[in-house]
Write a protein that binds this ligand. Structure first.
Ligand SMILES: *[C@@H]1O[C@H](CO)[C@@H](O)[C@H](O)[C@H]1NC(C)=O
Ligand SMILES: *[C@@H]1O[C@H](CO)[C@@H](O)[C@H](O)[C@H]1NC(C)=O
Ligand SMILES: *[C@@H]1O[C@H](CO)[C@@H](O)[C@H](O)[C@H]1NC(C)=O
Length: 221
């Protein structure tokens, strides 16, 4: 009797373990993009173009492209950080030239002084060149843990990455902005849902191929 009992228990135990395992796997697959970018991942920002709401007037001009020059040093006197004028609602904007699925945006803050200037900055990602029309990936609430500020944008789609400070007489200053993500493959939007629900992907991909093949043969007629 006790034998049957314990075997039932252990099989229930097994299913529970399986369930927990699957839940953890599912959770990891949804959140893995918040790990650092894979080693050797390409920084998409390097091929983009950068602009900002104004340039500081200073012997060391903080032009917008200095945040995508590949130099992440954090001292303003090193000529590699951006700097707007103090103004209402200043912004910095990166145009990636086409849309990407953006997983990570890594900001490098200035460290020689003034790192609190980035507090309250909103990072917008989307396809509108008017960056504040695009959804917010993150708002900077803490600048105390070093110059490197990694943000997870969880695959937000967009061509533009904007840094916007919605406050009066503020300054946007950035020593580097890195962007990591993937190309958006052409095809129906269903691809993006399925990348998170992979068990459905195979039948749908099969169906989609059949469907596209059907269209192509119809085109030939
Ligand atoms: C960046 O531009 C270079 C030169 O045009 C090109 O070879 C490279 O593939 C581009 N990288 C990305 C990520 O688009
Ligand atoms: C940009 O978007 C904001 C918010 O939607 C809007 O208030 C503003 O007028 C827009 N600016 C331009 C130049 O279209
Ligand atoms: C700058 O980049 C180097 C090389 O990737 C890295 O080791 C260093 O931690 C970065 N510095 C900051 C402040 O992020």
């Amino acid at each position: 009797m006790s034998h049957t009992q314990s075997s039932t228990d252990s099989s229930a135990h097994g299913s529970m373990k399986l369930l927990i395992g699957l839940t953890v796997l599912g959770f990891l697959s949804l959140t893995y993009c918040c790990e650092d970018p894979a080693q050797g991942a390409i920084n998409l920002a390097r091929n983009g173009t950068a602009t900002q709401s104004s340039n500081n007037v200073h012997s060391n001009p903080g032009y917008a492209p200095k945040a995508i020059d590949g130099n992440n040093q954090t001292d303003f006197s090193g000529w590699s950080c951006t700097h707007t004028k103090p103004e209402d609602n200043p912004w910095w904007k990166l145009d990636l030239l086409k849309s990407y699925r953006v997983n990570h945006v890594i900001l490098t803050n200035r460290e020689d002084c003034c790192k609190e200037r980035l507090l309250g900055a909103e990072i917008h990602v989307g396809d509108s060149p008017n960056i504040t029309d695009n959804p917010v990936c993150a708002t900077i609430m803490d600048v105390s843990s070093g110059a490197r500020i990694p943000l997870c944008c969880k695959g937000m789609e967009g061509r533009y990455v904007g840094v916007f400070i919605p406050a009066p007489s503020s300054i946007v200053t950035l020593c580097e902005v890195e962007v990591y993500g993937q190309k958006i493959e052409p095809g129906p939007r269903v691809c993006c849902y399925l990348s998170h629900h992979w068990s459905l992907a195979i039948p749908v991909i099969l169906l989609q191929n059949t469907f596209q093949f059907g269209i192509r043969s119809a085109d030939l007629n």
